[in-house]
Design a protein around this ligand. Structure first.
Ligand code: NAD
Length: 476
């Protein structure tokens, strides 16, 4: 490693940040709150960014092996401590299901791409050679959702560190405790492996103001925001380059040629996963009339429980609330709850082992229009597949996020793919196949939709740089 002024400045800044951390820890210990700010956890955005900047300068001077080592530690912690961390995430957020919380951490071990995704493009000709390579941005501001707090942070961290960056994260307040715990564990292990602390920093008590302070900080070079419409809009208003993984409302179309048993199984797997918290999860089904009843029967063979009209009415009244202007909003008490708990809250009961609630509605039911994030999926009967696709397009709301079809007709599949124009388009499987879980391809918990980067990778978080040698080094 070459010792430069910049490197020395970086080390000094990092030591100062660590001294401040140490003081914070001592103060916290003495006042009994136990609110340490060690190992990446800060209360002040300026301090977090300064520590991450210092860490990134040192990291930038390291080779790819140090990046590999840092990422390997994150993967190892997610895999080895998945049960404990998943349990703590569920206890804190109180949404979703334990098995999914654990699985979402376990898959981080081998499904999120790392350093191997970086590549060098080369051009060679009579004028010499040029090399195009992928360089870090620096410090990246990260916003994470409550639906997968630690998995999103760990996934972003692997992608971003692979690209040579450092992170300052404003987690969702509802999942901040587990995110901070993860950051402490990751930083400690990375420090033990390569001697650099604070590559991942986080705000311990996040607020909208601290998010805005990250958006506005001059040393934050890029943003990656995963969440609903409000935060997506806020990031898009920022003058910085923003990667926005925004909301969805994924529709499913089932036509008369589909394998109905596979369609039903897939809808239960995808729509029931973590109680339908996934942004890619099946949220509403449009099925053609000729197979509608058979599809509904097939659902019950896969631990789906069909609700009657009265139960759907009771659930709808309980799961949505109207504001002063009579606009409906999702009742947050229902988000990510178990099917049996949802039923209980709506005044009826279903077996405890129910995977997914479903039932016939018309398109005006709010479960069709809203991204409800609950394990109840409305099924709408349509005259033919063209009207099913038209409704799917209408209720995806132009988010261009995810759509799913069950069909054996290639023309129908092609037509829907073109019409929907979604980032993920899954055929004949559960939505989770679209991110490599049961389908081909790699995984990310941040699928950039309005900004177009798609399923994010280390390359998403890099700058292209070209080095040109004129008239030499072409050795052919
Ligand atoms: P949310 O929008 O309530 O919160 C997301 C994050 O944004 C949180 O950290 C929150 O504190 C912050 N936030 C909200 N408004 C903000 C503002 N005005 N300025 C700055 N920060 C703000 O979403 P959630 O309930 O945590 O997560 C669910 C949503 O996220 C769904 O809409 C889902 O589709 C989406 N999501 C998308 C992806 C994807 O990859 N595209 C992945 C996961 C979740």
């Amino acid at each position: 490693m070459q010792v430069t002024d910049e490197l020395i400045r970086g080390v000094v800044q990092q030591v100062l940040a660590q001294v401040r951390n140490g003081n914070g820890k001592a103060q916290a210990a003495s006042n009994g709150h136990g609110k340490g700010t060690a190992r990446g956890v800060f209360n002040d955005v300026g301090e977090a960014v300064a520590a991450a900047s210092a860490a990134q300068k040192r990291f930038g001077a390291c080779g790819l092996n140090d990046r590999r080592a840092a990422i390997a530690r994150i993967r190892q912690i997610c895999s080895e401590q998945a049960e404990q961390l998943g349990r703590e995430e569920l206890e804190e957020t109180k949404i979703g299901r334990l098995a999914a919380k654990i699985e979402k951490l376990k898959v981080i071990a081998d499904r999120i791409p790392g350093v191997e995704f970086l590549r060098t493009d080369a051009f060679s000709g009579e004028n010499g050679i040029a090399l195009q390579e992928y360089a870090p941005f620096g410090v990246i501001g990260v916003i994470t959702p409550v639906t997968h707090s630690l998995p999103t942070l760990a996934c972003n961290a692997i992608n971003m560190l692979a690209g040579g960056n450092a992170i300052v994260c404003n987690p969702h307040p509802g999942g901040a405790r587990i995110a901070c715990k993860g950051v402490r564990l990751f930083n400690q292990a990375i420090f033990d492996a390569i001697g650099i602390d604070n590559l991942i920093t986080i705000i311990e008590t996040p607020t909208l103001e601290s998010a805005q302070a990250i958006f506005d900080h001059r040393d934050v070079r890029m943003l990656c925001v995963t969440g609903g419409p409000a935060v997506g809009r806020a990031a898009l208003r920022s003058p910085k380059r923003a990667v926005v993984a925004g909301p969805g409302n994924p529709p499913v179309v089932v036509d008369e040629t589909a394998d109905l048993d596979n369609a039903a199984r897939s809808i239960v797997v995808g729509g029931g996963y973590d109680n339908n918290l996934l942004c890619i999860g099946e949220k509403e089904v449009f099925a053609v009339a000729s197979i509608f009843d058979e599809l509904m029967n097939a659902m019950t063979a896969h631990k789906g429980v069909r609700l009657n009209a009265g139960q759907i009415d009771a659930l709808t009244k309980a799961a949505f609330t109207a504001d002063d202007k009579k606009h409906l909003h999702v009742n947050k008490d229902f988000i990510g709850q178990d099917p049996a708990r949802m039923a209980e809250m709506a005044g009826f009961s279903v077996p405890a082992e129910t995977e997914l609630l479903f039932g016939e509605t018309d398109e005006s039911n709010p479960f069709v229009e809203h991204e409800q994030m609950m394990p109840f999926v409305p099924f709408v009967r349509t005259a033919d597949v063209d009207s099913a696709i038209a409704l799917a397009k209408k209720y995806e709301h132009g988010f261009k996020h995810t759509s799913i079809i069950h069909s054996r007709n290639l023309e129908t599949i092609t037509h829907m793919g073109r019409e929907m124009d979604t980032t993920l388009f899954v055929q004949n499987g559960p939505s989770t196949a679209g991110v490599g879980l049961g389908g081909e391809g790699y995984l990310s918990f941040s699928i950039a939709t309005p900004t177009g980067e798609g399923v994010t990778t280390p390359l998403t978080f890099t700058r292209q740089r070209r080095s040109t040698t004129v008239g030499a080094l072409r050795v052919l």
